[in-house]
Design a protein around this ligand. Structure first.
Ligand code: DGJ
Length: 700
């Protein structure tokens, strides 16, 4: 029989697959390889160890104990206690270019698995799997995990933990024998969801070193795993976390596992983000229009929907140059606070006696778009919907799940509940000039049953269906995915939404870290970044406008502040900042995001460089007071080494607060070659803590 193997290669990575004794084996995932690979298997054959198998075992991607695997298998399930162990054989192997589709069957367990691997030109490997019951009896699927092998030089992992207002806190740790599992059981991807799980060497930094990154494309429960066996083999995996009995396949039914997106980078964590960003930007659904400068009125109004006050805000917004205004929570039936109204998606005449049309017309009259907030998956017990249909919530038996923000979760797999939300939402969109909605999800799912079975899997599919249907019915509709801030940011929902609300924390200092790590996977144009109030509502911290404005520039920018309270000077600065954003968003939203390995822990140095390196915009941020008088020089790698650049600081929203007598002279402008900028750089000014300096680097 001819050898069945496939080499998928991108400029930055390769995947080598081979069928060995009926098993599908990943020989290599990592750095690009080519040339004569015929003897890779011979080269990789391991010794026969003491107290071990008589022949080396190659369990392959299914990781079965029947093939000598002692770690966690890819597939687990049973047929009423039988078919608990599998031995899949490859029955079809199709390879073309960078696509490989493999069918594996186990006729004893009566299962078929179809796995596809696609490596795109940017270096993103997409792994999909479909599990089909080819028997007569029911097959209860416990889990399916996509696994990829890790070489032993991957000695550490980086994942992200979080909570409300403090999303994506990096956790870096050594890999040791055993399994490190990051579970997400919030029923949405979650604040504590790890947007990526990345294996690294101990030396890997933003700019250099190897990284093997994974991101699971799912907005429900999920888990990431890194496993190291006592034989030294190690791997990284992820999949949907299924609750007991959540997926039971009847004859001929299939389970489509959420896709795994995987990236290998030989150029550090920035190599990973560049690859993810390029891949995401190449999607046909990636937003094409320049991202409108947005005013979200939540922190200016909360539930106080006073039309006169809103008009005042709009007037100031229009002077500043705002292009989109979002009316947040509080516009619908009986929603005077967060205790009632969710589920009744009709305009409340108590606050909007003439409906929303007059205010929308007022806003549109100023040349500004209008957007509206929904939280369609939720219901307050104090709502007409709940009073009429208490049975439409996710629940188990006769229990009602504990309240969270005074709300429960609607069971969208219930046809009645689904069409209620779809029709009410759709009717608001059909009868108003609204092409933008912010869709929130403010609580976790617990005890989330649908007709006596665990219901998170179906709920997740239902919200995908609902978003797709809304977009189909209302062409051009943009959706912002929000979940108490950044609790639904993932590659599962990304093709259905146009913006993520990154975090409810608008404190610019906190946002530095949150944005830094969210952009590990998501490009900045999809991340909502707003200038918050002078005194942050979440932390109470007082920050300079220049710091808040610089922070908000590196994303889909906006304002979330009662700007009627801004001083004349602040309004002028907001207007010049708005103009700066509009002038530079094409670069900020298409360039390469760069996080410099700045040697001083007290500061961040990061920015965006145009792909042709003609212009870059960087921020130098003083997070905490400098330890030394003169912090480390600001060096900018990656520019054209032979070209001359003009480097200068720019102040679209006013100057930062310095702690010095006079700042370095280069701030006014200095000409220097790309190679000198990388090797020598410019001196760092002494900024007061929680201040930022914006730097422009332009090729001459
Ligand atoms: C949580 C969101 O993250 C906020 O931006 C805001 O929309 C509130 N919910 C409204 O209730």
């Amino acid at each position: 029989m001819t050898k069945q193997s496939a080499l998928l290669s991108a400029p930055t990575s390769s995947l080598l697959l081979e069928v060995v004794n009926g098993a599908l084996v990943i020989r290599h995932w990592g750095a690009p390889i080519n040339g004569d690979l015929a003897d890779v298997a011979v080269a990789a054959r391991v010794s026969i160890a003491n107290s071990s198998w008589d022949e080396p075992q190659l369990p392959g991607v299914m990781r079965e104990s029947s093939r000598g695997f002692l770690g966690r298998p890819s597939l687990s399930g049973h047929r009423n206690g039988k078919a608990w162990s599998t031995k899949f054989e490859v029955t079809d192997f199709h390879h073309q270019d960078n696509h490989c589709a493999v069918t594996l069957r186990d006729f004893h367990a009566e299962l078929e698995v179809n796995i596809t691997f696609d490596l795109d030109v940017h270096g993103v490997l997409i792994q999909k799997a479909n599990i089909k019951n080819i028997g007569e009896s029911e097959y209860a699927l416990n889990e399916y995990i996509h696994w990829l092998p890790l070489p032993q030089e991957a000695t550490q992992t980086l994942d992200f933990a979080g909570r409300w207002s403090n999303e994506r806190q990096p956790q870096r740790r050594d890999i040791q024998t055993g399994t490190w599992v990051r579970e997400s059981r919030e029923g949405r991807s979650g604040h504590n969801f790890s947007i990526a799980d990345i294996a690294l060497t101990s030396q890997t930094s933003f700019q250099s070193g190897s990284a093997w990154a994974t991101s699971i494309a799912w907005s429900g429960n999920s888990h990431y795993l890194v496993e190291r066996g006592f034989d030294g083999g190690q791997s990284i995996g992820a999949g949907e976390l299924l609750l007991p009995g959540e997926v039971i396949l009847k004859a001929n039914e299939s389970y489509q596992a959420p896709a795994l997106f995987a990236v290998f980078s030989a150029h550090g964590l920035d190599g990973v983000s560049t690859t993810f960003h390029s891949h995401l930007r190449a999607r046909s659904v990636h937003p094409k229009r320049p991202r409108p400068l947005t005013l979200n009125m939540w922190e200016a109004l909360y539930f106080d929907h006073d039309e006169a006050k809103i008009k005042e805000l709009i007037d100031v917004a229009s002077e500043i140059g705002i292009e989109r205004v979002v009316l947040d929570d509080g516009w619908f039936h009986s929603r005077r606070n967060d205790r009632s109204g969710l589920g009744d998606w009709v305009v409340d005449p108590a606050v909007w006696p003439q409906g929303l049309t007059p205010i929308i017309e007022y806003i549109n009259g100023k040349g500004i778009e209008f957007g509206l907030w929904f939280e369609g998956e939720m219901v307050n017990p104090d709502s007409d919907l709940y009073r009429n249909h208490p049975e439409w919530i996710l629940h188990e038996g006769d229990r009602t799940p504990p309240l969270w923000r005074h709300q429960l979760v609607l069971d969208l797999s219930h046809e009645g509940a689904y069409s209620h939300v779809l029709e009410q939402t759709s009717s608001i969109l059909a009868t108003h000039a609204i092409a933008y909605i912010k869709w929130d999800h403010n609580r976790v799912l617990v005890d989330a049953g649908h007709l006596g079975h665990a219901g998170v899997h179906q709920q997740t599919q239902a919200i995908y269906r609902l978003f797709a249907e809304l977009k189909k019915r209302h062409p051009g509709l943009e959706i912002e995915s929000c979940a108490s801030g950044g609790a639904r940011i993932d590659l599962g929902v990304i093709d259905l939404v146009d913006r993520f609300w990154t975090s409810d924390n608008n404190d610019a200092l906190e946002r530095q870290r949150i944005q830094r790590w969210t952009s590990q996977v998501i490009p900045p144009e999809l991340l909502g970044t707003h200038i918050g109030p002078t005194h942050g509502h979440q932390t109470g911290r007082t920050l300079e406008l220049s710091m808040r404005a610089t922070t908000a520039l590196f994303g889909h920018a906006g304002i979330e502040w009662n700007i009627t309270e801004a001083t004349d000077q602040e309004r002028k600065h907001l207007a010049t900042w708005a103009a700066y954003y509009k002038e530079n968003r094409a670069l900020l939203h298409s360039g390469k995001s760069i996080r410099i390995d700045y040697p001083d822990d007290h500061g961040y140095l990061y920015g965006v460089s145009a792909l042709d390196t003609k212009k870059s915009i960087f921020a130098y941020v003083q997070l905490t007071p400098t330890a030394v008088i003169h912090p480390a020089a600001l060096k900018f790698p990656g520019l054209d080494p032979h070209a001359t650049y003009l480097v200068k600081a720019v102040f679209p929203a006013g100057k930062p607060r310095y702690m010095l007598i006079s700042p370095p002279t280069w701030i006014e402008g200095v000409k220097i070659s790309g190679s000198a900028l990388a090797a020598i750089g410019v001196s760092a000014p002494i900024l007061a803590p929680a201040n930022a300096l914006l730097i422009e680097i332009t090729k001459l």
